[in-house]
Ligand binder design. Structure first.
Ligand SMILES: Nc1ncnc2c1ncn2[C@@H]1O[C@H](COP(=O)(O)OP(=O)(O)OP(=O)(O)O)[C@@H](O)[C@H]1O
Length: 608
């Protein structure tokens, strides 16, 4: 049995039981459905995207108040008298979504620039502000709120009964989970997954991470707003209390307790917290002999326990315990025919692909690169060597858009690159690996390599959610598979990247760079951690790529590897180029022998 079967069984059981459940259970399930919508957005935002928000309750409030204003405010009602009353809640939904998108975009533009714990603090600030705005605007009924909201109707179906509205709530929630699942299982999903830990890497693959972050933030806010809209029409009354910071924290509890990286974890968390809250509100006053919000204390303790014992939440624990009976669903069904991928024409052999001229980088008083000149041509391997701290990685950052030179120019494919981000370098055909491997450790080798082909696809979020991107996705995965095979890693295609030895992880990075069909390949210590035979196959692969016309710049400490492979070698010491030329010429250069190999001219063996 696969997890997909379990999902269908769950849906079937819920549908069959729905008509027979006692009213109180239906009400509880309705609230669980509404909370799950918010928590599922938080899973995406916090668990997958790495942006912690305490302020989602405010977006629920925006959705609720927008519809309450349209259909619960008498003056507005008079102004909209021409519109059939049954349409007003739907107008409220449109208004709520529009206002939420605008507010979230504006808040995200400011808040998402904050890093570390300043971001959650920022979300607390605007969560509080919106809450007080709801309470203080007379047009929204102040702290008393707005009452007399109509119930929802859809194509003549009256949804006044919670049992009927509940069907709509759960159907909508399931559609949301389906769409978000599709989104995560796509080209854009791979980009989203890289936001939490791999933003520098993702930018080098061509992903606009700032844009992805803000889109994710708006999407999570929209999901919360839909929940608020439904909440308003379920309650038929809106006041500020359900949108305060406490509730924002509760939503975060739900996502974290359930499993903040898992969409179904949100439903599990919402269920557990809602049931627990209902029980605690019943029992605690009896136990303590006084009423109050004591459940929040219990939630706090529960949160500590979960973070201690199951930092990834309860969903992965359950999935792990049932793995013997329930396997994860395979990407199944009919495979779409692969669409052709955009092909890049490689520059003619001998063309200067990268030209760094007088590149200097200063860190306060330290000159890490001092007027470095270096070019790389199509069809050659150029090695950059030098002792530790010579400035090689700094130079790599300058020529890949991670950092800007203090002075000097870098041009790629003949274009000046001053001030351009690394995704612009990727767009022009630069593929790179990192000195400290940057992979999505929990994702498969296939997914990691497919991220390298990000710029070769175009389909966006909506296409991914609706699964109309399948032909392009099939082509991207086929390309990733081809590069994995070429790099000799086919046996590990479905293995999580983090479980490979470090040397092989470096090869995964090379496959990922190749999936972008680069004209220039920057390899930072590709042979580190490889065994002798693996180094030989790497050298063979790089020679083959050179023969195909790629320009390759490699930083490497293994001299045997470098000298056997490179056409030209540039040697850096203390940020300055001390020699450049063929491997033989560089090996014979007295400055290199003295400074880099640690021998003086007299000690050097004859013929070197
Ligand atoms: N962000 C930074 N701020 C200040 N100093 C830096 C920064 N990055 C690098 N440096 C300094 O610049 C010098 C060059 O460092 P870099 O990492 O480029 O050398 P490297 O040749 O790549 O060394 P290794 O082979 O050990 O990786 C070092 O002295 C380093 O401490």
């Amino acid at each position: 049995m696969t997890s997909r079967h379990v999902t269908w069984i769950f849906i079937a059981l819920l549908a069959l039981a729905w008509g027979f459940l006692p009213p109180f259970t239906v009400t509880l399930l309705n609230y669980i459905g509404l909370y799950s919508m918010v928590a599922v957005g938080l899973v995406l935002l916090t668990g997958v995207g790495g942006m912690t928000s305490f302020g989602q309750a405010a977006f629920v409030g925006l959705g609720a108040y927008a519809t309450a204003w349209v259909s619960g405010n008498p003056q507005v009602g008079e102004a909209l008298a021409a519109i059939p009353p049954g349409l007003l809640p739907w107008l409220g939904l449109l208004l709520g979504l529009a206002v939420t998108a605008l507010v979230a975009w504006a808040l995200g533009a400011v808040t998402l620039r904050l890093s570390g714990h300043y971001l959650p603090l920022g979300t607390i600030a605007w969560g509080l502000s919106l809450y007080y705005i709801f309470g203080n605007l007379q047009v929204l009924g102040g702290h008393t709120g707005l009452a007399g909201l109509p119930s929802l109707g859809l194509f003549g179906l009256d949804m006044t009964s919670p049992r009927v509205l509940g069907v709509f709530i759960w159907a909508l929630l399931l559609v949301m989970i389906w769409a978000l699942h599709n989104l995560l299982d796509s080209r854009e999903g791979r980009a989203i997954r890289s936001l939490k830990t791999g933003r520098v890497m993702a930018e080098s693959m061509g992903v606009d991470t700032a844009r992805q972050r803000i889109k994710l933030f708006v999407l999570a806010a929209l999901l919360a707003a839909v929940s608020g809209w439904l909440y308003a029409h379920l309650q038929r009354f809106v006041n500020p209390t359900p949108f305060n910071l406490n509730i924002g924290i509760e939503y975060l509890f739900m996502a974290v307790v359930g499993g903040s990286g898992y969409l179904w974890g949100a439903v599990l968390g919402a269920t557990l917290i809602t049931l627990l809250k209902a029980e605690l509100q019943d029992w605690l006053p009896k136990l303590l002999g006084t009423s109050g919000n004591f459940e929040i204390v219990v939630f706090g303790l529960l949160m500590l326990l979960v973070l201690q014992r199951a930092a990834d939440g309860l969903w992965p624990l359950i999935a792990g315990a049932t793995r013997r009976f329930i396997q994860p669903a395979q990407r199944g069904g009919k495979q779409a025919a692969a669409a052709p991928l955009a092909q890049r024409a490689l520059p003619a052999l001998g063309t200067v692909v990268l030209d760094a001229s007088d590149v200097t980088k200063r860190f306060a008083g330290l000159v890490a690169n001092n007027a470095v000149n270096l070019d790389v041509k199509a069809g050659e391997v150029h090695a950059l060597i030098g002792p530790n701290g010579a400035g090689k990685s700094t130079f790599f950052n300058m020529i890949s858009g991670v950092d800007d030179p203090t002075t000097g120019t870098v041009s790629l494919m003949g274009q000046p690159m001053a001030g351009k981000p690394s995704r612009a370098f990727a767009r022009l055909g630069l593929g790179r690996t990192f000195q400290h491997v940057r992979l999505l450790g929990q994702r498969s080798v296939l997914e990691n390599v497919a991220l390298g082909a990000h710029l070769r696809g175009q389909r966006g979020w909506v296409a991914a959610m609706l699964r109309t991107d399948r032909a392009e996705e099939a082509a991207l995965l086929a390309e990733a598979r081809r590069q994995i095979e070429r790099c000799g890693l086919l046996d590990y295609i479905d293995t999580p990247a983090a479980s490979l030895p470090l040397g092989q992880q470096r090869i995964v990075e090379i496959a990922r760079a190749l999936a972008g069909q680069p004209s220039l390949l920057l390899l930072d210590e590709p042979a580190a951690g490889l065994r002798h035979l693996e180094k030989q196959s790497l050298a063979k692969l790089l020679s083959q790529l050179r023969a195909e016309g790629l320009a390759i710049l490699v930083v490497e400490h293994d001299m045997e590897f470098v000298m056997n492979l490179a056409d030209r070698v540039t040697v850096l010491e203390f940020g300055t180029v001390i020699a450049s030329g063929t491997p033989a010429a560089v090996q014979a250069d007295p400055r290199v022998l003295a400074a880099y190999l640690g021998v003086t001219c007299e000690q050097a063996p004859a013929g070197t």
